[in-house]
Design a protein around this ligand. Structure first.
Ligand code: ZN
Length: 246
C-alpha cells in the first residue's frame, strides 16, 4: 500500500518566559505564543498525532489525515511541565520529548559553552510522572554530543546505552531517537538502526512524506520570533527555506 499525504513534525525546545534574544531563537518559545499556537491547531482542526501514528502513515500502513502534525520537544527541559504540558493536556494533544539519559535532573551543561545560563532538565521521577500522564519519550543520547563529529565508539554508546538507560527509567520500550544538534551521517544512522530504534529525527527543515527514510526524519523548527502568521506558513510549506540546523 502506498501512503498519501504528509506530516509536519514540529521541533520545540524550551517553552517558558524568556527575555528577547538574538541568538538560538529556534530553541525558545514564549509560553503565550505556545498557547496561541496550540489553540490555533485546535481551532483549525489539525490532526496532532503521536509519533508512532505518524510513522504508520509514513510507512503507508494507514493514510495520514489532512493537516497532520507531530509535536516534538528536544532535551527534556523542566519547563515543559510548567508551560507546555498543561496546554497540551487541555487539548488532548500528544507530545514526544527527547531525553538525555545521563543528564536527568541536571542542568543543561552544554549551554555554558555559549555563556548562557543552564536551565534544569527533568528528573527521572518527573519523567515517570509525565509518562504515566501520557507523554511519549525518546532518546537524545546520553550527554548531548555531535555524534557525527566524535569518536564512533563513544557515539555508539551515546546511541545504544541511552536507550537501555531510558528503558530502565520508564519501564517501557524506547523506540525513537533524535540527533543532538542535528548531527548525523551514514555511520551514525547505521548505529541508530543497529540499536533498534524505529525512527530518528533531524534538524533538516521540511515536511515528511510517505516513503521517507524513518531514520532521517525532517522537522520544522518553531522559533521565538514566529507569530501566528509565520507559524501557519511553516505548517503550510513543503520546505522551510532557512536550511539545516537546530
Ligand atoms: Zn538537543
Amino acid at each position: 500500500m502506498t501512503g498519501t499525504g504528509r506530516v509536519s513534525i514540529l521541533m520545540y525546545h524550551q517553552v517558558g518566559q524568556f527575555a528577547p534574544m538574538r541568538e538560538h531563537r529556534s530553541t525558545y518559545c514564549d509560553h503565550r505564543n505556545f498557547a496561541a499556537q496550540m489553540a490555533w491547531l485546535h481551532r483549525l482542526r489539525y490532526a496532532v498525532l503521536r509519533l508512532d501514528e505518524a510513522i504508520a502513515g509514513l510507512r503507508g500502513e494507514r493514510p495520514l489525515p489532512p493537516r497532520a502534525v507531530v509535536l516534538t520537544f528536544d532535551d527534556g527541559y523542566e519547563n515543559f511541565c510548567e508551560y507546555a504540558w498543561p496546554v497540551l493536556a487541555q487539548y488532548g494533544f500528544p507530545a514526544m520529548v527527547y531525553l538525555l539519559a545521563d543528564r536527568l535532573g541536571q542542568p543543561a551543561a552544554w549551554f555554558a559553552a555559549d555563556g548562557r545560563a543552564t536551565p534544569p532538565l527533568m528528573s527521572a521521577s518527573r519523567v515517570r510522572e509525565l509518562h504515566r500522564a501520557g507523554v511519549d519519550f525518546g532518546s537524545h543520547g546520553l550527554s548531548h554530543q555531535r555524534l557525527a563529529q566524535i569518536d564512533p565508539d563513544v557515539a555508539r554508546q551515546e546511541v545504544s546505552d541511552s536507550r537501555h538507560r531510558l528503558e530502565a527509567v520508564l519501564g517501557a520500550p524506547v523506540r525513537h531517537f533524535c540527533y543532538p544538534y542535528g548531527s548525523y551521517d551514514e555511520t551514525v544512522v547505521n548505529m541508530v538502526a543497529e540499536a533498534g530504534y524505529v525512527s530518528a529525527t533531524t534538524c533538516d527543515r521540511a515536511a515528511a512524506y510517505p516513503g521517507q527514510d524513518l531514520l532521517r526524519l525532517p522537522r520544522k523548527a518553531i522559533s521565538f520570533g514566529d507569530n501566528l502568521a509565520g507559524y501557519a506558513w511553516k505548517l503550510h510549506m513543503k520546505n522551510q527555506p532557512r536550511g539545516v540546523g537546530c
